[in-house]
Design a protein around this ligand. Structure first.
Ligand SMILES: NCc1[nH]cc(CCC(=O)O)c1CC(=O)O
Length: 382
């Protein structure tokens, strides 16, 4: 009779919130399906961010608010991988750790959730009456909202997702609505509470770098764990996530700075109607921007995907980004599109869009925010 050799155990770290546990479960389920001969064990622990629910997030100097305690265990070998919301990860990781992969991204948009007693009457930020209080602690959300909805007021709301919803739902609370990530609500099965899905096109709100994506942090050069992660990573989510983070890193953003982003993949095979270079983009300019080939079609200059010539799909990433001043008065926007097939290209693309933003004055907005923050914090300490 064959003796059962014990399965190798892989230790997964996560935070203790319900959302964090659901996310770790999701990743562990994918890992188990991909690696049935291994045993995956989840360990949940509190981080600095979990232990302090009152201080406004942007007042923390420590950027590794949600990650550090777990990273120490990963470094010691007590954990083999950590599941994080990509959005909560600092752009600079400890030198000996890295992102091993990013799984398929949930809906990255922001969501408007309205107080139950008002939800029948109002459906969007634009409809909320003058002076309504919207709860959010995110400078990015506040700055973009102030820009488009000067009739609303914004107040901090902290705590995990359940706590925030409970504060909103309390009929005595000041909040008429709160803004949360769609992804968190969906993962907890509360997507039906969403009144409005916000985007650049709908409400003029761009999401946070990494929002809606789960990243798996591992020890650098840990080939054993990297092999496990490779089977569950999603190449598009990984490349777009890394491109977004490179933009943020270049702008030295961190989660405390109002940078909004949208990334979108476009798959193209052959010529698209919109590529015919009449009334759209001069083909030559398009070629310079994208490297995509030009052809002559019945006297008209047209541009077509290089992929057509080789009979393959061309994957292009569109990135839209915005940097907004805290009062919403100033904003700088950029948009670019490029074929991305490697981490190197993703990094270059993020860097290029960041440079475009700086060229338009984003650095001045960011500098002013640093100055303002100094003043705000001094007042807070008085
Ligand atoms: N610490 C905030 C945080 N980090 C990740 C999410 C949502 C889920 C995600 O972006 O994957 C949230 C809550 C929110 O913004 O509503």
């Amino acid at each position: 009779m064959a003796t059962d050799t014990p399965k190798e155990t892989i230790h997964i770290g996560t935070r203790t919130s319900l959302l964090a546990r659901v996310q770790a479960d999701e990743v562990s389920r994918h890992l188990r399906a991909a690696w049935p001969d291994k045993h995956f064990e989840i360990h949940a622990m509190k981080t600095t961010g979990d232990n302090n629910q009152t201080t406004a997030l942007h007042k923390f100097n420590e950027k590794a608010l949600w990650t550090q305690e777990l990273e120490v265990l990963l470094q010691k070998g007590e954990l083999d991988l950590i599941v994080h919301c990509l959005k909560d990860m600092p752009t600079q990781l400890p030198i000996d750790l890295e992102i091993g992969g990013i799984t398929a991204r949930e809906d990255p948009r922001d969501a408007l959730v309205i107080k139950p007693t008002l939800a029948g009457q109002y459906k969007s930020l634009a409809e909320l009456p003058e002076g309504s209080v919207v709860g959010t602690s995110s400078l990015r959300r506040i700055a973009q909202c102030k820009r488009h909805y000067p009739h609303l007021r914004f107040t901090d709301v902290r705590g995990n997702l359940g706590t925030r919803l409970a504060k909103l739902d309390n009929p005595e609370s000041e909040y008429s609505a709160i803004i949360l990530a769609v992804a968190g609500l969906n993962r907890l099965g509360m997507g039906e509470r969403i009144s409005q899905h916000l985007s650049k096109m709908n409400g003029g709100m761009l999401y946070a770098v990494g929002q809606g994506a789960l990243a798996i942090e591992i020890r650098k050069d840990d080939a054993r764990v990297q092999t496990l992660v490779d089977k569950i990573g999603d190449s598009r989510a990984t490349l777009e996530g890394l491109a977004e983070r490179q933009l943020m890193r270049t702008l030295e953003g961190g989660c405390s700075v109002p940078i909004g982003i949208e990334t979108e993949w476009v798959s193209r095979k052959g010529l698209l109607d919109t590529d015919v270079g009449i009334g759209v983009k001069p083909a030559e300019e398009y070629h310079k921007l994208t490297g995509v080939a030009q052809t002559e079609l019945g006297g008209q200059t047209a541009v077509g995907a290089r992929g057509e010539e080789r009979g393959e799909l061309t994957d292009e990433l569109i990135m839209r980004a915005i940097v907004v001043s805290l009062d919403g008065q100033e904003a700088v926007e950029a948009e670019a599109r490029r074929r991305i097939t490697s981490v190197k290209e993703a990094d270059e693309f993020g860097f290029e869009v960041a440079r475009q933003l700086v060229g338009k004055g984003a650095d001045k907005i960011l500098k002013q925010i640093q100055l303002d923050r100094g003043i705000i914090e001094e007042q807070g300490n008085a």
